[in-house]
Write a protein that binds this ligand. Structure first.
Ligand code: BEZ
Length: 219
């Protein structure tokens, strides 16, 4: 069965390049990003892992741990990581799950048999500190993911978890937000002292609350 938004992220124990982990214990109170790679020693994955390693501080700033997965064994991961460091200029600095028995891939529905029986697709799961799945993405093997987009969605998820706002099309951190329809204008006066522009009664645009001085209250 596929994993849907709001589901608890299935727990598992697995061998990784940084030792055996229990996934939920490893996550602790952090947010998490679990992403799969079709296979070791493949070119697109090599570039993705180099980029993920370079961007690890950006994830850490947001209290997000990142973890990769590929259906090859640990010794293969270790050898591949040397190539990644050599070609991408950054050592892989987060755990890579060695899922040679496909236990985790099957648990998370990362193998799509009509695409490939043997490779995983490029799955991404963003998991909140409550262990609930907040985002799922599925890319084809031939298309590398955009890790800036992952950070953008995480910024939105973390903002909307704390304030009564949603984020509009192409939003990025610092842009105006939308007051959720469940908040009345009466309540909005208190929650959004910077005010809002009402384009329609259901479309009220307000400055990003955590960037407005004195607008510190949560949802
Ligand atoms: C890659 O990561 O380069 C790749 C993996 C599987 C199929 C095609 C490309």
């Amino acid at each position: 069965m596929s994993i849907r938004l709001g589901d608890e992220a299935p727990n598992f124990t697995a061998l990784t390049t940084q030792g055996e982990i229990n996934f939920h214990e490893w996550l602790g109170d952090s947010w998490g990003v679990l992403f799969s790679h079709p296979k070791d020693y493949t070119p697109v994955c090599t570039t993705e892992l180099g980029m993920a390693a370079r961007m690890k501080p950006d994830f850490e700033k947001r209290n997000v741990k990142i973890i990769g997965l590929s259906v090859d064994p640990l010794d293969s991961h270790m050898g591949w990581e040397k190539d990644i460091e050599e070609t991408q200029g950054t050592a892989v600095n987060f755990p890579m799950i060695a899922d040679s028995d496909r236990k985790v891939s099957d648990l998370y529905g990362m193998i799509h048999p009509n695409a490939s029986d043997t490779f995983t697709v490029r799955s991404v799961f963003v998991i909140g500190p409550d262990k609930k799945v907040k985002l799922t993405l599925t890319y084809p093997a031939s298309t590398g993911r955009n890790f800036d987009e992952l950070l953008r969605v995480i910024d939105s998820l973390q903002l909307t978890a704390n304030y009564s706002v949603a984020t509009p099309v192409n939003w990025k951190d610092g842009d105006d937000c939308i007051i959720v329809p469940a908040v009345s204008n009466e309540d909005a006066k208190e929650k959004f002292p910077a005010g809002w522009k009402e384009l329609k009664p259901y479309l009220r645009v307000t400055p990003q609350p955590n960037k407005v001085k004195g607008e510190g209250q949560s949802a």
